[in-house]
Structures are given as C-alpha cells and as structure tokens.
Design a protein around this ligand. Structure first.
Ligand code: ATP
Ligand code: MG
Ligand code: MG
Ligand code: MG
Length: 439
C-alpha cells in the first residue's frame, strides 16, 4: 500500500479529550473517529487491526468446534419478553419503534435470539453438543462511555452460545471455550488471566472473566503472580478429550485469581506475600455457564435418549474485539507510539523512501515492497514527499513491527537501514539481506 494513496489521518496534536494512552494513540494514529458519544467510525488503519483480531478469534473458535453464523443487530422486544429480560434490562438497552410502531431494540447480547434459532430446528440429543457464535456489533447505552473504544456504546462482540444435554456436557463445552480463550489472547501477545467472576442469580461456580493487567483498567483484581509466567495451551489440544481439557482448566484455576466482586480476603491471605498481586485490569472476555436460565422459559428442549423431553443446558462466551484493540495498545506502547505484536499489526513492515524523487531510493523501495509482498507480508510504502523526521515519527507512532529506511547516503554504500520497532535495534544491510531479515 502506498501511503500517498492511503487514508491515514495522523493528528499532530495530542487530543485533549483522551484520558488514557490507548485512546490518545488511536486518535493520533488515525485509527478511529468519534461520531457521537461512545460511537466510533473505524478508519482504515484501525479496521485492519480489528480484522486481524477477529481473524484470530475465528480461528480459535473454529478450532474448538464452535460454528459461525450471523444474527441481526436489531431484535424484537417480544423475544426479550419471553425470557423476562425486556423490562429487567433497563436503560442500557436502546429501544426503537419501527414505522408500524412495533417495539424493537438494538441487541446488547444474543441469548434470546440464539435460543429462538436453536428451538426452531434442533429436536434430538443427537444434534448436541452445539456451539453457535457470531461476531456482531452490539449497542449498550453505557452511563459513562469513556476511554475510546475501551468502553463505547456501539462495540463489536464475539459471542458464542453452547447447548448440551447434561450439566457434565455443558462443563465440557465451557472448558472448550476456556482453553480457546487462553490461546486467543496469547496469540495477540496478551497475558490474560482467568478470574473467578460473579455468576448472578443462577449461582454455581462456572464463570470466569479474562483480565489483562493494566493500570488504566476499570476492574480491581487480586491474583497469584504465577499467572504471569503460565504457558498457553498448545494448538494440538484435543478439544474432544474432556479429561485433558479439565486438566488444563484445573491448572489455570488452581491459583488465586478474582475480581473485587468475588474477592475472598481470607483465601488471598493464604497466598505467599511475594506472590500476591493486587492490581487493576481490563475485562476482555467473559464466559458463563447458566444452565436452563433461557432454555426453560423459552422452551428449548430436545428428545433425550429415552424419548423424554430434556431442557437444554446453556452457556455463553463473550470477547470484545474492539475493546481488545485498545487493550493491546495499553499493553504495548512507548513514548513514540504504538508497538504492535506481529500477529495483529496493521502492516508488517513500513518501507520509507527518505528522498522521494531520487531515482535510486525510488527503485530500491519499489523492489523491496515487491519482494516483501511476494513473501506474503503486508507492506506500507511511505512514498510521501515529506521530511525524513516526519516519516520516522509516523512509522514509530503507528507501531509497525519492522521499518526499512531507504536513503541516498546509505544506498551509496549499498545499504538500507532495518529497524525493529519493539527494541529500537537498527542494522545496516544490503536490500536483499533486509528482506531476508524480515520474512
Ligand atoms: P464491563 O464489565 O466492562 O461493562 P460486561 O461485563 O458488561 O463488561 P459482558 O456482557 O461480559 O460485558 O460482554 C462480553 C465482552 O464484551 C466483555 O468482556 C468486553 O470485552 C466486551 N464489552 C462489554 N461492554 C463493552 C463496551 N461498552 N465497550 C467495549 N467492549 C465491551
Ligand atoms: Mg457492562
Ligand atoms: Mg463486567
Ligand atoms: Mg462481563
């Protein structure tokens, strides 16, 4: 992609309205634009990151056996009356009347709708287990939208819903998502800690929030330091092996980790003093087993092996991809700007022509871009007629993992400069070696 033809509206000044670093950097790097309070347009650079995040989420959901569909954003109020949540949900729900004065709403979550779809088609226990997910925009009229896309009113959510015949089966489905989540966040370069979370009126002990530690996080959390060095489960995990999955979940839940709502000061006191972490965190995912909370009132039943009707056991599993963009920046930035992990970076490499108009630098940049693209990398070619200083600042700000700086002086000696954004390491290399260094 040639920067001169791209749309990257970089801001020179630090926006005053942004209180936290990820919000400031997303605005400055031209990733998002607020259109109304808590409602954002995703500009090209931001959208690329968001798409990389949803790609990783999809891959891990599919690996764990979940099946993707797409439900609408607008739902009917009647569906929510069936579960009793239409009145209970309160002001966070955006309610809409259509031209026939039918009551509709912009979905804040999809338990009711997915249960409606399930009950329309699934009749037999033989069709279970089933896990259906989608990645769709949600709307919650948050009292205090803030911190940019970290707490917005319109936001993207991956929400999955599992259906099982028995509580034991539901536990297996829960564990599949638990393990998939560990892998998902690790692939984005994040250390997400599963913490005991509130289960609400249904009770039971099966709910975990996945939390990224960050000073700007809105949750107060308490956990054991060991979590920071746990290795994520391997890609070869057999998701059908219930005992193996339970083993992984047990090892990830054997140490103390809880949000303030679930904090047990006595249990935390038993954690060795030098292993105690009390910190702030960002909720990036939340998984939940709720049994028959929706299937019972909405009559989602299947015929069991003995021919009798069984109300299905359900769970739901959310991740916030748009919040994750901000959380990844909170976890990876420095004075000069964003530092993307390779897996979610909007481009892998920035190639900067430091003297646009110079036949030599132009030719070498063209060749480098072509070779890198042929190797399957996404390349941003800074071919703007700008001072080198401005180009360095832009590349640092938008945080691409690699930079290749091509100037006439270096070229006279046969070299380009390769810079690693994360460490700041620089090397002078022949163009062919620069390509080999990165691919
Ligand atoms: P929070 O406690 O931050 O309000 P929540 O517990 O209400 O979040 P869930 O209903 O568990 O959120 O939704 C699943 C996921 O959706 C959350 O873990 C989070 O990643 C994301 N999410 C929820 N609300 C927002 C929001 N206002 N803006 C961005 N992402 C959100
Ligand atoms: Mg909330
Ligand atoms: Mg929460
Ligand atoms: Mg939650």
């Amino acid at each position: 992609m040639r920067l001169s033809r791209y749309f990257l509206p970089i801001l020179r000044e630090t926006p005053k309205e942004a209180e936290i670093v990820s919000h400031r950097l997303m605005l400055r790097a031209g990733m998002i634009r607020q259109e109304s309070a808590g409602i954002y347009a995703w500009l090209p650079l931001g959208l690329k990151v968001l798409n990389n995040i949803t790609r990783i989420i999809r891959e891990e959901q599919n690996r764990a056996g979940a099946v993707e569909l797409l439900m609408p954003t607008i739902q009917s109020a009647d569906l929510w009356r069936e579960s009793g949540r239409y009145d209970a949900y309160g002001k966070e729900m955006l309610r809409i009347n259509d031209r026939h004065d039918r009551e509709m709403l912009f979905g804040p979550t999809n338990e009711e709708m997915v249960t409606e779809i399930f009950r329309a088609y699934v009749r037999s226990y033989k069709d279970l287990p089933l896990n259906l997910y989608h990645i769709q925009w949600k709307f919650r009229d948050e009292v205090r939208p803030r911190f940019g896309v970290m707490r917005s009113r319109e936001f993207l959510m991956k929400d999955a819903y599992s259906f099982d015949l028995t509580a034991e089966g539901a536990r297996h489905s829960y564990n599949k998502m638990f393990v998939a989540y560990l892998r998902t966040f690790a692939r984005m370069g994040l250390t997400a800690i599963p913490m005991k979370a509130e289960t609400g009126p249904i009770g039971g002990n099966l709910s975990h929030e996945f939390i990224i530690l960050a000073e700007t996080g809105e949750s107060e959390v308490f956990c054991h330091k060991d979590f920071l060095s746990y290795a994520p489960p391997s890609a070869n995990v057999d998701f059908d092996d219930a005992a193996a999955l339970q083993g992984i979940v047990d090892s990830w839940t054997s140490r103390y980790a809880a949000t303030s709502e679930m904090h047990d000061a006595e249990a935390f006191a038993a954690v060795p003093e030098d292993a105690k972490l009390s910190a702030r965190g960002i909720e990036v995912g939340h998984i939940f087993y709720f049994g028959t909370k929706y299937s019972e009132p909405m009559k989602a039943v299947v015929n069991g092996p003995d021919g009798k009707e069984v109300v299905v056991q359900m769970g739901s599993y959310g991740i916030g991809p748009s919040r994750l963009v901000a959380a990844i920046i909170e976890a990876g930035h420095d004075e000069a700007g964003i530092v993307w992990p390779e897996t979610v970076a909007p481009f892998h490499v920035g190639v900067a022509d430091l003297k646009v108009g110079d036949a030599g630098t132009g030719k070498v940049c063209g060749e480098l871009v072509q070779q890198l693209e042929n190797a399957g990398l996404d390349v941003l070619h800074d071919d703007r007629d700008e001072r080198p200083g401005a180009k360095f600042a832009t590349l640092d700000l938008i945080g691409l993992p690699w930079q290749i700086l091509v100037g006439p002086k270096g070229l006279a000696e046969g070299h380009v400069e390769v810079k690693r954004r994360k460490t700041g390491e620089r090397e002078m290399l022949a163009p062919a070696d620069a390509v080999a260094r990165i691919i």
